[in-house]
Design a binder for this molecule. Sequence first.
Ligand code: ZN
Length: 267
Amino acid sequence: MANTIQEIYDFLHVIAPFQYQEGYDNAGLIVGDPQSRCTGVITCLDSTEEVIDEAIEKGANLVVAHHPIVFRGLKRFNGANYVEKAIIKAIKNDVAILAIHTNLDNVITNGVNERIANRIGLEAITPIVIKNEIDQSKGAVGSGVIGELPTSINETDFLHALKEKMNVSVLKHTQLLEQKVSKVAVCGGVGGFLLKDAIRAGAQVFVTSDYKYHEFFDANGKIVIVDIGHYESEQFTINLLQELISRKFSTFAAHCTEINTNPVNYL
Ligand SMILES: [Zn+2]
């Protein structure tokens, strides 16, 4: 029996309840009829027009994205920018768009940050900031994660290993502190708001992204801030979503997008 898009929504709601999203967020079913039968899924970070095209080519009528392509209210739909283009393409071709964003950031089990921590090899992870206001949560819920490396290593070795494990060609970091690294804080995407808490929790390194020049000074000799890039920090969320959906449903195929939607290029 075919599964409806509503059933996929309900499953993702169990993994990362949509009420766990931040107030500014717009996670949920952004485009599409929840009662239509799912013919296939493409998972991605950004549901751009190219990803919608990919879904059409593969016969998939649902795109599950980490970032909601629509954040603010839209007043016109004439294809003037990439958001409108993607939405128009999706509606015309009966492709639904579902975003699972800060709710997936805020759950630890099967969340964005657990996936990063696993790749780096962190053990005994806990949220950097536990969200007490979220009641009746089954697993730990909160922002970022902090964990321990199995053995402490020097900072340069850690940074080289990080580049390899997160598949990045370049990273930015603040001054090294000539100490061993054993405790590491992680936050996929924008993480600067967690810096003070990461320091307080005793992390020697904070791996995140989207740091601005002046914000790097906030390391203040207390921690090494490492900016690995926003797309790069969250890229394995694409696989996470594909794996979760594939394991649960057998009436359609779920594919990771083959399109690199990173708007940032390096030379
Ligand atoms: Zn992000």
